[in-house]
Design a protein around this ligand. Structure first.
Ligand SMILES: NC(=O)c1ccc[n+]([C@@H]2O[C@H](COP(=O)([O-])OP(=O)(O)OC[C@H]3O[C@@H](n4cnc5c(N)ncnc54)[C@H](OP(=O)(O)O)[C@@H]3O)[C@@H](O)[C@H]2O)c1
Length: 234
């Protein structure tokens, strides 16, 4: 199995990459930075906020004569500035859209174009509970996750119409102890009414570790959920 995973430099993406590498699989990791060194790991540097870098991303060297199944995990994500909407900048909105929405959408298309429907077994888009409920001061983040949820549900309909067996899932990982949570707790109380909840989750040791999420995700993907819809929480 070849796993194409975005955002493998840290947090959940790095833990998923390490899980599959320990399993003996091949991993292609895509992000701006990288720390993983492993014989079965290939790093592709790409800044998803830069359209040209997405154009230049080349997965064709990984197409094999005797193809192994491919799994795409769109995990890269940003929360950006945690502020009221009237204080947010154009860069906040464009970066959020490029990383959380455009790059993930494009990767779905590009991976199918490169490896073919018959070889791409599963596409996972990492989403959030914030894609299904409004969280004040996370407007663009909530909207980006809602967008990827409906995008994925639409792809599932297309896959059905085309009679293709590729599975597509949006998976919300719960609250996970990563840099994204550090950014959330570092926000100012005046900017984010929910900040204290996240501080308490950390103080009470209630966050999942990225490694727990990687294991839960792998277990989920080992089971057949093809008749249970697209949106899942693990
Ligand atoms: N942590 C949580 O509690 C939580 C909860 C629900 C959902 N999620 C979702 O889980 C996913 C992973 O989040 P995390 O908590 O692991 O976050 P994280 O620790 O901040 O890691 C984010 C990853 O995204 C990559 N990334 C950021 N900007 C990028 C860019 N411009 N181009 C390419 N890659 C970029 C980063 O790599 P580089 O910086 O090296 O580019 C990094 O590997 C996200 O989609 C997030 O929305 C997280």
């Amino acid at each position: 199995m070849i796993h194409i995973i975005t955002g493998t430099s840290r947090g959940i993406g790095r833990a998923i990459a390490n899980y599959y590498l320990e399993n003996g699989d091949k991993v292609i990791g895509i992000s701006r930075t990288n720390e993983i060194v492993h014989d079965n790991f290939h790093f592709l540097k790409c800044d998803f906020t830069e359209k040209q870098q997405l154009y230049d991303l080349d997965l064709s060297p990984f197409v094999q004569e005797e193809p192994e199944p491919v799994q795409l995990i769109n995990n890269s994500g940003i929360i950006g500035e945690i502020k009221r909407f009237h204080e947010l900048t154009l860069t906040h909105y464009t970066d959020m859209s490029m990383v959380n929405v455009v790059a993930a959408q494009y990767m779905c298309s590009y991976v199918i174009q490169t490896f073919g429907f018959d070889h791409v077994k599963t596409i996972v888009n990492i989403t959030s509970g914030a894609g299904e409920r409004a969280v004040p001061s996370w407007a663009a983040y909530c909207a980006s996750k809602a967008a990827i949820n409906l995008f994925s549900e639409t792809l599932a309909e297309e896959l059905r119409e085309l009679n293709k067996s590729t599975n597509i899932y949006c998976i919300a990982p719960g609250v996970v102890d990563t840099d994204m949570q550090v950014a959330i707790r570092s926000s100012k109380a005046k900017d984010f009414s929910g900040r204290q909840n996240f501080v308490e989750l950390k103080e009470n040791d209630e966050l999942r570790t990225p490694e727990q999420v990687a294991e839960l995700l792998a277990t989920f993907l080992n089971e057949d959920h093809s008749d249970q819809g697209v949106l899942h929480r693990i």
